[in-house]
Ligand binder design. Structure first.
Ligand SMILES: Cc1cc2nc3c(=O)[nH]c(=O)nc-3n(C[C@H](O)[C@H](O)[C@H](O)COP(=O)(O)O)c2cc1C
Length: 187
């Protein structure tokens, strides 16, 4: 059986925030034999996405940060979206990264869709609101994206907090983090 590997893509507008801390807590349960790669989208800024799908010229070949993100997207078996709730949805950096997938789907020789279909997608999010349901658009967009690509949806881990570190006082989230990546789920 092939070994698993995880890419964690952090989309917060700050470092060491609640969603990242919750994701790191959950990742502690992963076996040391499972490779973890952590990328903060603040370190890999992308240009505004240009929709060239129906024009005369193809998307330019990926380079720079785009290439780094494409490699980090294709390489792992598991892709974790570490993303706080911003205005009931995904933070802009995560959304922009996802928009590039529309270019990568058309990249000659890449087989982006076929390769993404082999993966499991996960979400780890932090929200300041008391009500979990406020994060439904964020979680729903990622789950639907997984479905579109034929990928497996691992699920969402949600914690409450506002100031950095608050989320580690959310006892339910911390408890769920212990088994989030490791407990058996129905396929
Ligand atoms: C631009 C922005 C928009 C936000 N929108 C929401 C929101 O719609 N609902 C909510 O509950 N919290 C919202 N928050 C609060 C964050 O989700 C909360 O502070 C979270 O803990 C941040 O996670 P982080 O530390 O990983 O960045 C918003 C914060 C920012 C900066």
């Amino acid at each position: 059986m092939s070994e698993r590997s995880f890419t964690f893509l952090i989309g917060s507008g700050r470092r060491d925030g609640n969603s990242e801390r919750l994701a790191r807590r959950a990742a502690e349960a992963l076996s040391s034999s499972i490779e973890q790669r952590w990328l903060h989208l603040l370190d890999l800024p992308l240009a505004p996405f240009a929709d060239l799908r129906h024009g005369d010229s193809p998307f330019p070949p990926p380079a720079g940060h785009e290439q780094t993100l494409l490699d980090a997207t294709l390489q792992p078996t598991d892709l974790v979206f570490v993303a706080p709730l911003y205005w009931y949805g995904l933070p802009a950096a995560t959304k922009l990264y996802l928009d590039y997938w529309s270019a990568w789907l058309r990249l000659p020789g890449c087989d982006f869709k076929g390769r993404m279909a082999q993966k499991t997608f996960w979400a780890v999010t932090a929200i300041s609101d008391d009500e979990d349901r406020m994060a439904a658009p964020l979680i729903g967009s990622l789950e639907l994206t997984a479905g579109y690509l034929g990928a497996r949806w691992g699920g969402a881990l949600l914690g409450h907090g506002n100031r950095p570190g608050d989320v580690l006082h959310d006892a339910r989230a911390v408890e769920q983090a212990r088994t989030f990546f490791t407990e058996a789920r129905d396929a």
